[in-house]
Design a protein around this ligand. Structure first.
Ligand SMILES: Cc1cc2nc3c(=O)[nH]c(=O)nc-3n(C[C@H](O)[C@H](O)[C@H](O)COP(=O)(O)O)c2cc1C
Length: 322
């Protein structure tokens, strides 16, 4: 059974948080279109001495969604989620948890580390905590530490993807967990959303297709590269951050490297304390999952959600008629 907060979406999709790319404009558009919108807390970076930008972003998101709900009582916005990177280099974690708790953030997504106190903070303000995992061992650990649901990050996902087949991952996790399960990795059509459910997931977790939307915080060349590229243009490598992830080969070439001959000397290691501008991976080397062959144009986020919903309904009907 899905908790009420994850039920009643326009299509069973949670938009995945993306470093640099996801900000308030994208989140508000995703939620208004009827799917869970999300962003990493670390994307809200104020200059030294300025008040926390995360506070301002959360106020804006909540006010705009409240206004939408008052004007559209029959078509309310979906809830939003904030992603916390639970990594030792994230020096802001405690502060960001306090801000999210104060704003009563409804859905907390944790990655790169499971900590009971983050889950406790989510629960204390009435929220739920979803933790992303790349294998069954991490899945069990996350549940022991109090996560309410899991995000299975399979091979082909954008960002720090796992190495496992989505079938293997979902099958194994479903062997010991019957709670909320999201599947992440290369899901870019409504048909694939339905396939994720057929495999045993409750919801699809969709990232890279939202890079090619008008509201995404990405330069035009990045959006165009998503539209023009396919799975063969993606390379899976640990060299840029120390953790294996998927990147667009043409962006690596533009940065003067050969994506087919990368070695450790090209990397910088992972440090979430750095400003986004300095972090070479993500700002110059662009991340993407393998599913982008299905992305044909840059559109408003609402149009992408509509496409997913239409394709999902058609795929369901076609299967029923078979
Ligand atoms: C450019 C980019 C940045 C990402 N940044 C984050 C992040 O900051 N935190 C996180 O939990 N996941 C991050 N991810 C992973 C996504 O949340 C999600 O797992 C993934 O995008 C899903 O696969 P897909 O891109 O094939 O749809 C990122 C993915 C991309 C493409």
């Amino acid at each position: 059974m899905l908790p009420p907060i994850l039920s009643n979406l326009r299509v069973p999709v949670v938009a995945a948080p993306m470093f640099i790319v996801s900000g308030p404009d994208l989140v508000i558009a995703q939620c208004k279109a009827g799917i869970v919108g999300s962003f990493p807390a670390l994307n809200a970076r104020e200059r030294d001495g300025e008040p926390p930008l995360l506070d301002a972003w959360l106020t804006r998101i909540q006010e705009e969604l409240d206004r939408h709900n008052q004007a559209n009582p029959d078509n309310p916005a979906a809830p939003f989620a904030v992603n916390q990177i639970v990594h030792r280099s994230n020096a802001r974690l405690e502060r960001d948890i306090e801000i999210c708790h104060r704003h009563r953030v409804p859905i907390w997504i944790t990655s790169l580390g499971a900590r009971p106190e983050v889950n406790a903070a989510a629960h204390d303000c009435g929220g739920i905590a979803l933790h992303d995992v790349i294998n069954a061992t991490f899945a069990r650990k996350a549940l022991e530490k109090g996560a309410d649901g899991l995000i299975a990050v399979a091979a082909g996902a954008g960002g720090h993807a796992g190495p496992q087949s989505p079938f293997a991952l979902v099958q194994e996790i479903r062997g010991f967990f019957d709670g909320p399960l999201l599947l992440s990795g290369a899901i870019a059509t409504g048909r694939a959303v339905l396939a994720a459910q057929a495999m045993g997931a409750d919801l699809a977790y969709v990232g890279s297709p939202f890079i090619a939307t008008e509201e995404a915080n990405a330069v035009t060349d990045y959006k165009r590269m998503i539209v023009e590229s396919g799975a063969e243009d993606i390379v899976y490598t640990p060299v840029f951050t120390g953790i294996a992830g998927n990147y667009l080969k043409p962006s690596i070439r533009s940065a003067g490297m050969d994506p087919d001959a990368l070695d450790a000397s090209h990397g910088e290691g992972m440090d979430f304390g750095k400003s986004a501008g300095k972090a070479k991976a993500w700002s110059q080397i662009w991340g993407s999952g393998q599913g982008i062959g299905a992305v044909r144009e840059v559109v408003p986020a609402a149009a992408l959600v509509e496409r997913l919903a239409r394709e999902y309904a058609q795929a369901r009907q076609a299967l029923l008629e078979r």
